[in-house]
Design a binder for this molecule. Structure first.
Ligand code: GRF
Length: 197
């Protein structure tokens, strides 16, 4: 069965993208990472992708007049590669309702909290400030509602005495690297089943 053509969108370090690239090397994995796209030319993850033989592209939002033209460029790039599934991995642009509707069921994100708790930014700091005892990460479908789409997988970590935002982020990140490939596999298998019927 043909593998689902997947683009990973990043803005920075790209450690989740790396986990997806590694997983997709496993024989029989249902998704193929066709391209890594960054909206920032200086994203550190771009070098890793290139070194690992994955095509890259930079679509710098700053050179576009607004969200509409930026997303039009993104859409054209995705279509040119025949992309069927998008994995957002630390991609720091909010996508419009028109874009997310177009990719409904075919666009995923990883978020560093146990959604629906702690949508948005600075999740680790907010968890610590609240004195919460559990935290984690979520892979979810992307919809028009920020961090609000259906949940695919979650993983939990304890918040430990003495944790800082950095120690907590590191504990969560390890789980992110575990569940994002698993979620990608689940969704890609679903899409494979759809295209074969
Ligand atoms: C991760 O914590 C992810 O959950 C969040 O942004 C961070 C990206 O890290 N959306 P990386 O670029 O994948 O290393």
């Amino acid at each position: 069965m043909s593998r689902i053509r997947t683009a990973v969108l990043i803005s920075g370090r790209g450690s989740n993208m790396m986990a997806l690239v590694e997983a997709a090397r496993t024989p029989g994995f249902p998704a193929k990472i066709v391209r890594v796209i960054s909206n920032r030319p200086d994203a550190r993850g771009l070098a890793f992708a290139a070194e690992n033989g994955i095509a890259t592209a930079v679509i710098d939002h700053k050179i576009y007049s607004g969200r509409h033209t930026f997303e039009a460029a993104l859409q054209s790039a995705l279509e040119a590669d025949g992309i069927e599934l998008i994995a957002l991995a630390g991609f720091m642009r909010v996508l419009s309702p028109a874009f997310t509707a177009r990719w409904q069921g075919r666009i995923l994100n990883i978020h560093p909290s146990l959604l629906p708790a702690y949508k948005g930014l600075h999740t680790h700091e907010r968890v610590l400030a609240d004195g919460a005892t559990r935290h984690g990460c979520t892979v979810h479908y992307v919809t028009a509602e920020l961090d609000g789409g259906a949940i695919i997988l979650q993983a939990e970590v304890p918040v430990l005495a003495g944790d800082t935002a950095d120690t907590l982020a590191a504990r969560v990140l390890k789980k992110e690297h575990r569940i994002y490939p698993q979620a990608l596999e689940i969704v890609a298998r679903k899409l494979q089943a759809k295209t074969s019927t």
